[in-house]
Design a protein around this ligand. Structure first.
Ligand code: URA
Length: 239
């Protein structure tokens, strides 16, 4: 059971105050009965709720992409800094969490969901899900640096990094595609070839690209085809 105004918020009909106005304006019916009290309790899966005559189908899971700004922590709660979840602001889903982490000084694409199974699959080291980072570097990469980064580099862990892909964008700028999510991985990879990250931005995760329309701190729901792309990330044979 949940409150009608919460249901409408979760269905992205509007903010909490907007949906209360819509309910009082008589735009919402529950099981074909006009309901004007936002506090009405409904069965989200079995009651028929309509808004402006459109039936609203409740979905158990939600999926968002967020353009994370610098200074925001990839967590659900933090007592000092804003979190990626706090940026979802008006939304009432309290079970949403970020799929993996970006460092506080790293920007770009963060996926958020309450679908634990999908998140687990995307993060499982077995699955080698692609992550693409735009990297601004302190110095130029030599052909040898690129070869090392692409073949696998010793970053002080038990194993070398998996093969990566380098696409130069400029003298000190590249797109780097990696298939793991080790702690500070890109920074450590650059450090291992005697370079340093000046700025780092994730632009793609699991085949889903950051929407160029989203300014820093902005978010939107994933489109059904984007969710399908994430679901289609298959387990691969170990490399
Ligand atoms: N690599 C890093 O060094 N930091 C991140 O946040 C992500 C990838």
């Amino acid at each position: 059971m949940m409150r009608l105004d919460r249901f409408l918020c979760e269905m992205q009909i509007g903010t909490r105050s907007q949906v209360k106005v819509y309910i009082r304006q008589g735009l919402v019916f529950v099981n074909d009965v006009l309901v004007k009290d936002p506090d009405t309790k409904i069965h989200e899966f079995s009651d028929k709720v309509t808004f402006r005559r459109q039936v609203l189908q409740y979905s158990r899971f939600v999926y968002y992409m967020l353009n994370k700004p610098v200074g925001v922590v990839s967590a659900t709660a933090d007592n000092k800094a804003p979190t990626v979840v706090s940026l979802l602001g008006g939304d009432w889903r309290d079970d949403v969490f970020p799929v993996g982490r970006l460092d506080k000084d790293v920007t770009g694409l963060v996926l958020l969901t309450n679908d634990g199974e999908l998140a687990h699959r995307l993060l499982s080291p077995k699955n080698h899900v692609d992550k693409v980072y735009q990297v601004e570097m302190a110095s130029c990469l030599s052909a040898e640096d690129i070869r090392i980064l692409e073949q696998g580099v010793d970053i002080g862990d038990e194993r070398l990094t998996l093969p990566a892909r380098v696409e130069l964008l400029g003298e000190r700028s590249m797109l780097l595609t990696i298939h793991e999510g080790r702690f500070h991985q890109v920074k450590r990879m650059l450090h291992a070839v005697g370079n340093e990250v000046v700025s780092l931005r994730r632009v793609c995760f699991g085949g889903v690209s950051l929407d160029g329309e989203l300014g820093p701190g902005e978010y939107r729901r994933l489109r059904p085809e984007e969710v399908e792309r994430l679901r289609g990330q298959k387990e691969e044979a170990p490399m």
